[in-house]
Design a protein around this ligand. Structure first.
Ligand code: SF4
Length: 241
């Protein structure tokens, strides 16, 4: 009984009722096609309530770290919005100052198995912290991984890379043009073995679209016609549920 109530709480709170209107820093490094689907509110699988609870648990880990940074008087701000701009919004976990140097801190929680083999930060997280560094005009960042099972910590210092940031922002610009033109970007080259594909909520629709860039409107029309033919008993195979 309680499990259903709690699961429903997480499912209800996770359903987005408005389409995404702008990019977030966390979109950097994500599969462009999945970001496109998010903007278009394409049919997707609900994340399991268990996974949503894990995300929520990550928020408590953030609070613990922020408490320690604040207690040690190195914290300059937490959950800090990046300066307003036309392309992307985002909030850095923390800005700190240590020995007169400013840093952006991004906190990631990870399970024991991942933590044990962690020797370098994931590319996706590097891209995100790079954009924070870019917008805050700070030269160094720290990606702090917290083992959520043992509370052990690993940290990685990241130097600002201006060229990389311009590339990431150009990629977002390009994706913005595809979103405006209703063009579904090409599928990731290593689909479906890519780590992002494994947990992608748009797996099903992505596989139906195929590998190439296509018109989103034409695709939806094709699906609607197919659904109509199912209703009329012409085909048993359903394209999109
Ligand atoms: S399944 Fe993979 S290629 Fe397709 S949208 Fe998701 S992450 Fe991108």
């Amino acid at each position: 009984m309680l499990k259903e109530i709690i699961d429903n709480f997480y499912l209800d709170n996770n359903r987005e009722s408005y389409p995404q209107k702008r990019f977030y820093v966390t979109d950097a490094g994500k599969c462009p096609r999945s970001v496109f689907f998010k903007f278009k509110q394409a049919p997707c699988r609900d994340l399991e309530p268990r996974i949503l609870r894990l995300f929520d648990h990550g928020n408590y880990i953030h609070e613990l770290i922020i408490k320690a940074l604040s207690g040690q008087k190195v914290l300059r701000g937490d959950e800090v919005n990046i300066p307003a701009n036309n392309l992307v919004a985002g909030r850095a976990d923390a800005l700190i100052q240590v020995a007169g140097e400013d840093y952006v801190v991004d906190i990631k929680s990870i399970n024991s198995m991942g933590f044990r083999v962690l020797t370098k930060p994931s590319l996706e997280y590097i891209y995100q912290i790079q954009l924070y560094l870019h917008f805050f005009q700070i030269n160094q960042g720290v990606l702090l991984y917290v083992n959520k099972d043992t509370q052990d910590l690993k940290e990685f210092l990241i130097d600002y890379d201006e060229e990389l940031c311009h590339r990431l922002l150009d990629d977002l610009e390009l994706l913005g043009q595809k979103i405006a033109a209703n063009r579904v970007p090409v599928r990731s080259g290593d689909w479906p073995s890519n780590g992002q594909c494994r947990y992608c909520p748009y797996k099903e629709v992505c596989s139906m679209v195929g590998a190439d860039e296509v018109s989103w409107d034409e695709f939806k029309e094709r699906v609607a016609k197919h659904e109509e033919s199912i209703k009329n008993g012409e085909s048993k195979k359903k394209l999109l549920s």
